[in-house]
Design a protein around this ligand. Structure first.
Ligand code: FAD
Length: 814
């Protein structure tokens, strides 16, 4: 082992697992020869060495699938490129369904996969039995087969990536533990190691299950927890075909692969065992954890029912090793918001081998170009909130998260673990009034309200659930009378100081140099004109602004703004999320209801749309803002937390039966009818406001310009070749949940970014991107024939650039 350490490297990568080696490999491919990878023990000695080596390609989203597809392509050519065998074989993968619901899930996945150019076959049980003659198929409903999936040897893949990196100039030093992270003025400057310091422009945390501890050294939040993961290896089986496809039987929590004449049987059990909760032992190297037959036996018994031949062969090896899991089963990628130049690629949730190629490439491009190469918000480290790094939180969530990999991925499925974490000050009142809570970013938010006397609990289905009608009633109340939403989960920031306006003018695409009391809807853009944030800015005073964003974007948006405050600016940013509850009083009767409680003139002249005023409600001073995410006349009421309960009681007492408590499913249905966009779903950093139909919120000619203006100017006079489009199913029966393929003139062109049911329009609605080289116009949409594919079946749809409901927005301005 070499401890001959250079004093400087352009990039230092911490961790010599498959991920660190892939980042090193790809950085060198992009011309960064001066790369140093530090491994505390030996390459692969953490989690990588004992992986089962399944290389699947179908992921939950288009871009993650794109990255996994790239991994398979890369592993297919690495041997020729480096001379190091990888053991990569493409015999396909077979996914089994034991229930109709699971078959629907698989068929939806197949539809999605085909949209990305992945070949998938939907099979009958008998056809699945032909592909793998060892399996029992009598209880199956159906299956899917992905011919280009495969398997590989994780150690060999890692060594091949390391060799490729070395060949292009990277240095790999084993036996060198990183003990600290050096930083100055909010930027990483290098690492400290047991063999001395190394300065660097960029440091990349690829330390797997040690990633959280390495993050702590840097003051960076990397929420993950190691869990035990098991598989058994049978004795050799005579005549076992070498070309068996990898088998996934998620209803039995099982996966099976051929492994050098034996079968490897692994499981993702519903209740996992966290490991290393007091820290990962320092001497862990090529480590194995003790056998636990009691834990594994039920799954092995199930495997024997699926593959009866297993009953005849003994188990040669029980393997248990640790792997890291994140709070949402998605890995962490990208530049840490807390520290410039410090990047993370960790927490791979049992798919690190299949993900490493694509994740390493994407991160290397992110590092060299300064931004993600494609929209990677699903795995972006900025989606995490500080509290999610708490030891108890990551542990409790990991117990559930591992099993969810193979559980049914129901629409609106709620986590059962690590709850409650964040409660609105209205929580107890809303619970007493029947709220059924859903969780987002740790917040317990009313999803819908149950009938008096019934138990508020979710049931799940691809079709209509029991709470479908409850949501419909809440939706109708908002459209016809008034509804009351608890919106306290909004992220809320204050920017104060003499330079606050100048800072915000530079960051916002819209003009925020407005009179105090005005609310401005705006995007924050990157230099490419892509949308980094979608939010509102309220001018409270000449030197004071309030920024309101979605709960999921709280960390991202706070750090984006903080990163754009010049060092010498007199502008101070604080996060006031916890101090302010928010009630959304929405609906045509909302003005009249509010008028019963305040002396303030609420007329359209005195309190027009897009303005904000402080009003008295009972004993509370409340900031009321006339804006709406549901497309109706309405007010967002910002209330100091301790006053929120009494204000809710006051409004309900004054309004009686005229008002209805409403949840986030009704909100989603209402906003879909109005085609209001949702950041992270419909919008991302690769979409410009013009493409997204948000040009009305761009002040191209405001004095001083703004970040992204040059890119927008270049695009101003052309019809965008991609546009965000609304879809409405012509048949009112099928439901949309998002991610269903959009089919244009018989060709799948993308996926819905949002989907739901419009209870006023009485049919399913969706939103998604349509691309056309000559430009996407209303005329093109009129002429083309659109369908939406749901689990393989196509349903005719109407497409529109304008909202289907109240396209002129008259109701919310009334
Ligand atoms: C039983 C099992 C089966 C699996 N099967 C599959 C599969 O079939 N397909 C699949 O895609 N994935 C699979 N996985 C998951 C996969 O193995 C992991 O996701 C992947 O190996 C993670 O790689 P990594 O590089 O992030 O972490 P690691 O391999 O753990 O690498 C991190 C490295 O960082 C080093 N390090 C830590 N701290 C420091 C420090 N302070 N200084 C220097 N170095 C440090 C460690 O020593 C370690 O070598 C499986 C996992 C398990 C446990």
């Amino acid at each position: 082992m070499s401890t001959d350490l250079p004093g400087h490297a352009r990039a230092v990568i911490i961790g010599g697992g498959v991920v660190g080696c892939s980042v090193a490999y790809h950085l060198t491919r992009l011309g960064w020869g001066d790369v140093l990878l530090l491994e505390r023990k030996r390459l692969t000695s953490g989690t990588t060495w004992h992986a089962a080596g399944l290389i699947g390609q179908l992921r939950a989203t288009e871009n993650l699938t794109r990255l996994a597809k790239y991994s398979a392509e890369l592993y297919g050519r690495l041997e020729a490129e480096t001379g190091q065998p990888t053991g990569f074989r493409q015999h396909g993968s077979l996914g089994l369904a034991r229930t109709p619901e699971r078959f629907t899930e698989l068929k939806r996945a197949a539809s999605m996969a085909r949209t990305f150019g992945l070949e998938v076959e939907v099979l009958t049980p008998a056809e699945a039995g032909v592909l793998n003659p060892m399996i029992e198929v009598g209880d199956l409903v159906g299956a899917i087969f992905i011919p280009t999936d495969g398997q590989a040897n994780p150690i060999d893949i890692t060594q091949a990536l390391a060799k490729g990196a070395r060949m292009a100039g990277a240095r790999i030093v084993e036996g060198c533990k990183v003990t600290g992270i050096a930083q100055a003025s909010g930027r990483v400057t290098g690492v400290l190691t047991e063999h001395g310091p190394v300065t660097a422009e960029v440091v990349v945390n690829c330390a797997g299950m040690w990633g959280r501890a390495i993050g702590r050294m840097a003051g960076v939040n990397v929420p993950l927890q190691a869990c035990e993961h098991f598989y058994v290896l049978t004795a050799p089986i005579a005549g076992l075909p070498k070309d068996l496809p990898v088998l996934r039987d998620p209803d039995g929590c099982l996966y099976v692969k051929e492994d050098a004449g034996k079968l490897l049987v692994g499981a993702f059990e519903p209740v996992a065992k966290p490991w290393g909760t007091d820290g990962i032992p320092d001497d862990f190297e090529f480590g194995e954890l003790p056998e636990d037959w009691d834990h594994f036996m039920p799954f092995l018994e199930d495997a024997v029912r699926r593959i009866p031949a297993l009953a005849e062969v003994g188990v040669r090896k029980f393997f248990c090793g640790p792997e890291s899991f994140t709070p949402d089963d998605r890995y962490h990628l990208g530049e840490a918001p807390e520290l410039k130049g410090f990047f993370v690629a960790a927490g791979f949730n049992s798919i690190g081998i299949q993900s490493a190629g694509g994740a390493g490439k994407a991160l290397a491009e992110w590092i060299t170009e300064g931004h993600p190469p494609i929209d990677l918000w699903d795995v972006d480290i900025r989606r995490m909130q500080p509290f999610q790094g708490a030891a108890r939180y990551v542990r409790d969530r990991a117990v559930e998260g591992l099993g969810l990999l193979y559980a049914m991925h129901w629409p609106d499925r709620q986590y059962a673990s690590a709850r409650p974490a964040r409660l609105s000050p209205l929580h107890e009142r809303l619970a007493a009034r029947g709220a059924c809570f859903s969780e987002l970013a740790g917040w317990e938010r009313p999803g819908w309200f149950s009938e008096p006397g019934s138990t508020p609990a979710y049931d799940y289905a691809y079709g209509r659930t029991r709470w479908f009608e409850r949501t419909a009633a809440e939706h109708q109340a908002v459209r016809e009378r008034a509804g009351l939403f608890d919106l306290s989960s909004f992220g809320k920031f204050l920017l104060q100081g003499r330079d606050a306006e100048t800072v915000l003018q530079r960051v916002c695409a819209n003009d925020v140099a407005v009179e105090p009391g005005r609310v401005v809807y705006t995007q924050w853009l990157n230099e490419r004109g892509g949308i980094e944030a979608d939010l509102t800015v309220t001018r409270l005073a000449s030197d004071r602004f309030m920024i309101t964003t979605s709960a999921a974007s709280q960390t991202r948006d706070f750090h984006w703004l903080r990163g754009h405050i010049p060092d010498d600016a007199h502008a101070y940013l604080s996060d006031v999320t916890s101090g302010l509850a928010v009630l959304g009083l929405m609906g045509p009767q909302s003005r009249e209801l509010l008028a019963r409680l305040t002396m303030v003139d609420l007329s359209n002249d005195a309190f027009p749309f897009g303005t904000s005023q402080e009003i008295e409600l009972g004993y509370a001073l409340v900031r009321a803002q006339r804006i709406s995410y549901v497309g109706e006349l309405g007010y967002e009421l910002y209330i100091a937390s301790e006053f929120a309960g009494p204000v809710l009681d006051l409004i309900q007492a004054a309004a009686g039966a005229e008002i209805r408590l409403a949840g986030f499913h009704a909100l989603n249905s209402l906003r879909l009818e109005k085609a209001f966009r949702s950041f992270g779903h419909d919008l991302g950093d690769a979409d410009t406001p013009f493409e997204a139909g948000l040009g009305f919120a761009v002040a191209l000619d405001k004095p001083g310009g703004f970040i992204g203006r040059d890119a927008l100017l270049r695009a101003r006079d052309t019809v965008p070749s991609k546009r965000l489009v609304q879809f409405k199913l012509l048949d009112p029966e099928p439901l949309l949940h998002h991610d269903e393929p959009i089919v244009m003139d018989g060709v799948r062109i993308g996926l819905l970014t949002s989907g739901g049911y419009g209870h006023t329009l009485q049919t399913a609605l969706g939103m998604g991107w349509v691309r056309h080289p000559a430009g996407v116009t209303a005329e093109l949409l009129r002429q083309a024939h659109f369908e939406i594919e749901i689990a393989g079946e196509r349903h005719p749809a109407e497409a529109s650039l304008r909202p289907f409901f109240d396209p002129k927005g008259e109701r919310m301005r009334s």
